[in-house]
Design a binder for this molecule. Sequence first.
Ligand code: 1GP
Length: 255
Amino acid sequence: MTGSRPTGRVERYLEERLARGPVHFTLIDPDKSPGPGAARVAQGAVALGSDVILLGGSTGISREVMGSTATAVKQAVDVPTVIFPQGPESLAREADAVLFMSLLNSRSLDLVIRAHARSARAVRAMGLEPIPLGYLVIAPGMRVGEVGQVDPVERDDPEGAAGYALAAEFLGMRYVYLEAGSGAPAPVPATMVRAVRATVSIPVVVGGGIRSGADARTLLEAGANVLVTGTIMEEEGLGAGFRGILEEVRRARGG
Ligand code: 1GP
């Protein structure tokens, strides 16, 4: 499932989990749920079987808010706390790792590589484990599509997505993330997930617009290895939608 061998603790944890089946990431926005609020959400999500707490989501999260939220979450749960960065200013040493992600289909060189060059040494100095990931925005892309100055992959272009994903693998990235955009009216199409899964050997992460067990099941059957959900929890807490998604992940693991 992986290309080059992972060296960090969080990647080894993920590799072990992925060997048993699909994995779920809970995305929490520290601006909307700072500190203890995030810790409560994380506790509930992990109790339902979520494997990783991702912190990120809105623009302009300060290092302070990210740091105090990571600390609270780490005290509350045993699973890794990983930063889903909006930019170098939201990095904080209190987390375990950071998705070190290139926005593959951005027109902005900053988001493809330049911001990374500016922040790489800080990531190392903070002791954050970088998880190399190719991030690909699929239409509609929502806010990240706009802010990220993206040329979105169209929903009827699975081959286009597969091309980007394989290029990411060839470049040594160890995950590829297909992102429909937070709050997207529908998730990434299953045909696209299937095409990418059939093309690459690295794990395929899928997020954006996953709101129900039925959505989750469709994506898992298409071969998604990691599902990321954020909005459903913001809107409904740990209600039927979220529970249904986790149930499908559990079922796909055979448990
Ligand atoms: C956003 O893929 C994540 O970056 C999660 O999307 O908020 O729609 O669940 P949602």
